[in-house]
Design a protein around this ligand. Structure first.
Ligand code: NAP
Length: 433
C-alpha cells in the first residue's frame, strides 16, 4: 500500500521532506510540484549568483528527484492548474513547502515611490527569476540605500559593487549584469536600525565585504563598542564577537584604488523615502538601543540616493483554503501539522529565518508525522494528478525536461560563467518543443 505524498514547492524544504520520506524505507510515492519549470526554489532564485558553492547543494536534491519513487511536476501552479482541495483528494498527504516569496513592506512615507524595491523582487531580478525579469531597476544612479543589515542586504550590496572580473564565474542574469556594469554607482548605504552587535548578517558573509577588489567597507569607529555585552547565548556571543572583530578589521582596509564604498550605517532607522515621483533620498532617525530595541532620538539626517532596496525580511503569501497567521506570515500549524493530511515545512512554517540546512529537520519532522498519521491509502496519487493536468492541457515540465533546459543554459554560458539563465518561461519551454 503506497502512501502518496504531494509536496508543493521544490526548494530546500520540499526536497528535504522528499528525501526523508525516501530514507524512511516505507512504501511512498512522492510528487514534487513547482509553479516554475525550474526546480530548487531559493537555491536558484535567492542564493546570490556569486555563491556558486552554496548552490551545489542542488546536486543532492537532483539525486532525490531522480529516485524512481519521485516525480517532478514543474510548470504546475497550485491554485491555478490544480487546487489544494484536489490534491487532498488525489494524495494522502499534501506538504506545503512554498516558502516566503514576497517582501515585508517598509511602511514609511514615500515607500511607494519609483525606485523603491523589496529584496525578494530585487534579488529575483538579478537571479533571473521569471517573475522579476521586467523589474528594470534604474541603476543609472550614484548611490543606493539598502535597508536592513541581514545576509540578504549584504548579498544585494555585494552584487552591486563587485567588478565584472569578480562576477565572471557567476550566473547573474544577463540583464542585471549589463545594468550593474553600466552603472555609475559609487556608494551603497546599508542601514541598521539597531547597532552592529544586533546586526543579523553572519560572519562569512560580512568578511567578504572586506575583500572586494574595488570596494571599501566604511564604518564609523564610534559605532563599534569595545566589547560584546548583553544577554546572548554562548554561541551568539561568539558569533557577535567575530562580527565585531571583522568590523574592526574593516577600519584597517587600505582605501587605495577602491572606486566604490559600502557604508554600514548603524543606529539609523529609515523614516521617509524622499523625492517627487522617484526616489531622491532617504531620511533616517538616529537611534539608541535599549533592552535590545531601537529607540528614536528625535535627531535625523538624510542621504541622497536614487534607489532603495528594503532587505527587511521576506513574507509568505496566504494560501487559499489553508489557515494563515497574517501577523507572523506563516500558516497556522501544530509543529507542522496544519489540517488532516496537510503539513508545512520551511519558511511557510517557521517564517523567513535560518540557512538552507535549517530546512532539513523540518523535512524529517514532516516525513515522520506523515508516516505516523497515515497507515493506509485509498488515493490514486500520481496517475490521477497526471490525468487532471492532461485534461487541463497543462504542459508539465518533468525532471528530464528540466535537465534539457539546464543543458541549454550551460551550453549558452559565456566565458567562465556556469550557465546563462533563461529568464522567462516561454524561452524555457521553447527548448522542449
Ligand atoms: P534578516 O536576517 O531577518 O534581516 C532583516 C534585517 O532587516 C534586520 O537587520 C532587521 O533589523 C531589518 N529590519 C526588519 N524590519 C525593519 C524595518 N521595518 N525597518 C528597518 N529595518 C528593518 O532577513 P534577511 O536578510 O532577509 O534573511 C532571511 C534569512 O535568509 C536569514 O535567516 C538569513 O541568514 C538567510 N540568508 C542566508 C544567506 C547566507 O547564508 N549566505 C544569504 C541570504 C539569506 P532588526 O534586527 O532590528 O529587526
Amino acid at each position: 500500500m503506497t502512501i502518496k505524498v504531494a509536496i508543493i514547492g521544490s526548494g530546500p524544504s520540499g526536497f528535504y521532506t522528499a528525501d526523508s520520506l525516501l530514507k524512511s524505507g516505507q512504501d511512498v510515492e512522492v510528487d514534487i510540484i513547482d509553479r516554475l519549470p525550474t526546480p530548487f526554489g531559493l537555491i536558484r532564485g535567492g542564493v546570490a549568483p556569486d555563491h556558486q558553492k552554496t548552490k551545489k547543494v542542488a546536486r543532492a536534491y537532483e539525486k532525490t528527484a531522480l529516485n524512481e519513487k519521485v516525480q517532478y511536476f514543474g510548470n504546475v501552479d497550485v491554485g491555478t492548474n490544480v487546487t489544494i482541495e484536489e490534491l487532498r483528494k488525489t494524495h494522502d498527504a499534501v506538504v506545503l513547502a512554498v516558502g516566503a516569496p514576497t517582501d515585508r513592506k517598509l511602511g514609511i512615507p514615500g515607500d511607494d515611490k519609483i525606485g523603491v524595491f523589496g529584496s525578494a523582487d530585487f534579488v529575483g531580478w538579478y537571479n533571473g527569476h521569471p517573475d522579476f525579469t521586467n523589474l528594470d531597476p534604474n541603476l543609472d544612479v550614484s548611490s543606493v540605500a539598502i535597508v536592513g543589515v541581514g545576509n540578504v542586504a549584504i548579498d544585494a550590496a555585494r552584487v552591486l559593487v563587485k567588478t565584472p572580473a569578480e562576477m565572471a564565474e557567476t550566473d547573474i542574469a544577463e540583464h542585471a549584469s549589463v545594468a550593474v556594469q553600466k552603472s555609475p554607482l559609487t556608494d551603497v548605504y546599508m542601514f541598521g536600525r539597531r547597532g552592529p552587535i544586533e546586526a543579523k548578517f553572519t560572519n562569512v558573509e560580512l568578511r567578504e565585504m572586506g575583500k572586494l577588489e574595488n570596494c571599501l567597507p566604511v564604518i564609523d569607529p564610534n559605532q563599534l563598542p569595545e566589547s560584546v555585552t548583553g544577554d546572548w547565548s554562548e554561541r551568539d556571543q561568539r558569533l557577535k564577537e567575530r562580527n565585531l572583530a571583522t568590523m574592526r578589521e574593516f577600519l584597517e582596509v587600505e582605501p587605495t584604488n577602491k572606486g566604490k564604498k559600502v557604508h554600514f550605517k548603524f543606529f539609523a532607522n529609515p523614516v521617509e523615502v524622499l523625492g517627487d515621483e522617484k526616489v531622491e533620498g532617504l531620511k533616517v532617525e538616529k537611534t539608541l538601543v535599549e533592552g535590545g530595541r531601537a529607540i528614536g532620538t528625535g535627531e535625523f539626517y538624510t542621504i541622497d540616493c536614487g534607489l532603495v532596496v528594503a532587505a527587511i525580511g521576506y513574507y509568505s503569501i496566504p494560501i487559499e483554503g489553508v489557515p494563515f497567521d497574517l501577523n507572523n506570515g506563516i500558516v497556522i500549524h501544530d509543529d507542522g501539522r496544519v489540517e488532516d493530511g496537510v503539513y508545512a515545512v520551511g519558511w511557510i512554517k517557521r517564517g523567513p529565518t535560518g540557512v538552507i540546512g535549517t530546512n532539513k529537520p523540518d523535512g524529517e519532522i514532516a516525513a515522520k508525522q506523515i508516516l505516523e498519521d497515515i497507515n493506509s491509502s485509498t488515493k490514486a496519487g500520481r496517475n490521477e494528478l497526471n490525468s487532471l493536468l492532461a485534461e487541463r492541457n497543462v504542459r508539465i515540465v518533468n525532471y528530464e525536461d528540466w535537465q534539457k533546459i539546464e543543458k541549454a543554459e550551460v551550453a549558452a554560458a559565456i566565458g567562465q560563467a556556469p550557465r546563462k539563465k533563461f529568464v522567462n518561461i516561454q524561452d524555457m519551454l521553447a527548448v522542449l518543443d
